[in-house]
Design a protein around this ligand. Structure first.
Ligand SMILES: NC(=O)c1ccc[n+]([C@@H]2O[C@H](COP(=O)([O-])OP(=O)(O)OC[C@H]3O[C@@H](n4cnc5c(N)ncnc54)[C@H](OP(=O)(O)O)[C@@H]3O)[C@@H](O)[C@H]2O)c1
Length: 340
């Protein structure tokens, strides 16, 4: 296991993070406590120190299990949890990014996790309502009070994250160190704005769903069962062609499809720390095998080709030959170090 600095912070985290949305059986497809512990032990044994949960996962069981598992060596672990999503039905203030829910949710998480502090608190998703100043000032208060050490944001448009970090920087508040979003061979749209933004702002990227919930292992092509329903976009005709290419590349390299899929998501020239999900210990062991090799460029090119997307406006427009020549007078040919 190698380690990475989390964005512009000095925090050291393992190069992969353990996802624990599968800890607990409440959602119908997770692992029981015994299997969850085996997954946790396997990750710890491989040198992992970075663990991801959320207030909402498996109705609180995930946080409770994680709290128990890390208790004997709490300070060793970089513990990340999230707030935003509802903890109670029929109460509008028990969800969202506003200060009242933030403080309430963090207090409840600390209790379930049985700890005095959270290393990294994620805003789980953008709620389209809370003013960005309220969000950033609330998070800064949690850091100042020592309840939270670092903050990150997940599932949020790039323009909101840019605005939030710019305001935080100018006001001397804690800014986001990391960003979380779905990114895989079957979900490449973050290449439009989220990934370039993360690079420009120095945010660590911790992608989720790098194996498409299991679809990129090829198990559905073989008729095996799993948690992704057959009507899911992750199992569409196009996704299946991509999954088949992953399977082919893996067999040519003598590795497993899950290792190819995760490594593809790690290959970019910016800090990429995949959050690895598993419902069985042997799945995690398989995924961790991705750490022992790098994908050859020709395989990356093949995977890029089969999964390519349109970047859309303004990216395609700015890249077009006409614009480069007409608007900038051939600048890109003459400049050696243009940025993109
Ligand atoms: N911020 C967010 O909104 C957000 C959203 C989702 C997840 N997350 C985080 O990211 C983590 C990972 O997300 P994810 O679980 O959705 O995505 P994932 O890593 O793409 O998929 C994990 C699933 O793939 C299957 N799998 C894993 N290894 C396998 C193997 N070797 N062979 C066959 N199947 C295998 C398992 O499903 P089966 O049970 O079907 O075998 C497993 O539960 C979560 O635990 C959570 O911490 C964050």
């Amino acid at each position: 296991m190698q380690y990475q600095l989390l964005g512009r912070s000095g925090l050291r985290v393992s190069e992969v993070c353990l996802g624990t949305m599968t800890f607990g059986t409440e959602w119908g497809w997770g692992a029981d406590k015994h299997e969850s512990f085996k997954i946790f032990e396997s990750f710890a044994g491989a040198g992992g120190n970075f663990i991801d949960t959320a207030n909402r996962y498996t109705e609180g069981s995930s946080e409770k299990y994680v709290g128990e598992f890390i208790e004997s060596d709490r300070d060793h672990w970089v513990l990340a949890t999230k707030f935003t999503l509802k903890d109670r039905n029929d109460d509008l203030n028990f969800a969202g990014n506003h200060r009242k829910n933030m403080m309430r949710s963090v207090r409840a998480s600390l209790k379930r996790l049985n700890t005095e502090y959270i290393d990294l608190l994620w805003v789980h998703m953008w709620d389209n309502t809370t003013p960005v100043e309220e969000l950033m000032r609330g998070l800064d208060d949690l850091v100042t009070r020592g309840l939270v050490h670092y903050v990150g944001i997940s599932d949020t448009p790039a323009w909101v994250v840019s605005q939030a970090n710019t305001i935080a920087d100018f006001r001397g508040w804690n800014a986001f160190a990391a960003i979380q979003f779905e990114y895989s061979l079957i979900q490449r749209t973050p290449e439009r704005d989220l990934l370039p933004m993360a690079k420009a702002l120095g945010l660590a990227v911790t992608p989720w769903g790098t194996i498409g919930g299991g679809a990129l292992t090829g198990k559905y092509l073989r008729g095996e069962s799993g948690r992704v329903p057959d009507h899911s976009i992750r199992r569409s005709e196009h996704s299946s062609i991509i999954a088949q290419t992953v399977v082919d590349v893996a067999s040519e390299l003598g590795v497993t499809p899950v290792q190819v899929a995760i490594n593809w998501a790690r290959h970019r020239d910016q800090v990429m720390i995949p959050i690895i999900g598993a419902s069985k210990e042997k799945q995690l062991a398989d995924s961790l095998g991705c750490l022992s090799f790098k994908l050859p460029q020709e395989m990356i090119d093949r995977l890029n080709e089969v999964s390519k997307i349109e970047l859309g406006f303004p990216h395609e427009f700015l890249k077009s030959e006409g614009i480069k020549e007409e608007a900038f007078g051939g600048l890109y040919e003459k400049l050696e170090n243009h940025r993109n």
